[in-house]
Ligand binder design. Structure first.
Ligand code: COA
Length: 200
């Protein structure tokens, strides 16, 4: 892809900007209308997406969420976010609730970049365990998350209802307590430094 790719945090001003809200709503509506498994059976209304964006931007001001957008030039190519768990005993942890790449831009590494950056913002926010879940038939998502280091910790058979159909809900997690800001593993970096010292 020749045009520049930019990943950035959505702040409260942008989250309320009607142009951004309309673009985000269109992206999510289009994906759901074409069968994407991102938690909606019917495409969400623009008002529902606006409310979600506002909630996320407010939460991100307090370190309780991270909403990232990915841009190809002036085009909104994707969105993703994590949010802290609300239960007091679970609050050190967060859940990646949605990752969505515009179908025009899928398969070019954008999903990978977005999730990598979400791991980075989670590490910097001090999140201990990052979880996510996806529909059992979403092999593309499974491969992406596994390749970034997430591991399956559970599966609920036939839990996801899309009209009369039932799909598994697959649960993945990544422990960030041993990760650097960029998502790489501290212990491996430590070993490399040690090896470097030993040979010098
Ligand atoms: C799942 C999704 C986020 C992946 O984003 P993407 O930009 O298309 O993926 P990338 O190009 O970054 O590829 C990342 C990895 O995904 C997997 N992948 C991508 N396209 C694939 C395909 N057609 N078949 C199988 N695996 C595929 C591969 O493991 C790939 O890594 P590799 O290229 O090193 O082999 C995107 O397809 C999407 O938005 N899908 C609809 C919404 C959704 O399902 N979201 C995730 C559930 S929460």
């Amino acid at each position: 892809m020749k045009q520049s790719i930019v990943v950035r945090a959505v702040d409260i001003g942008e989250g309320q900007d009607p142009g951004f809200v309309a673009g985000a709503a269109h992206l999510l509506q289009h994906l759901v209308a074409n069968g994407a498994a991102i938690g909606w059976v019917e495409p969400p209304s623009t008002a529902e997406v606006a409310e979600l964006l506002q909630e996320l931007c407010l939460a991100s001001e307090h370190g309780d969420a991270s909403l990232l957008s990915i841009w190809i030039g002036a085009d909104l190519a994707g969105l993703g976010y994590w949010r802290r768990y609300q239960r007091p005993t679970n609050r050190p942890n967060a859940d990646i609730e949605k990752v969505a790449i515009d179908p025009r831009y899928q398969g070019h590494g954008l999903g990978r970049q977005l999730v990598r950056q979400l791991i980075g913002t989670a590490v910097r926010a001090g999140i201990e365990v990052l979880t996510l879940d996806f529909r059992g038939d979403n092999e593309r998502a499974a491969r992406l998350y596994r390749s970034l280091g997430f591991a399956e910790y559970g599966r609920l058979t036939g839990f996801v209802a899309v009209r009369a159909r039932r799909y598994d809900k697959v649960l993945y997690a990544m422990d960030l307590r041993h990760r650097q800001d960029d998502g790489s593993r501290k212990d491996l970096i430590g070993q490399a430094v040690e090896r470097g010292r030993g040979s010098g």
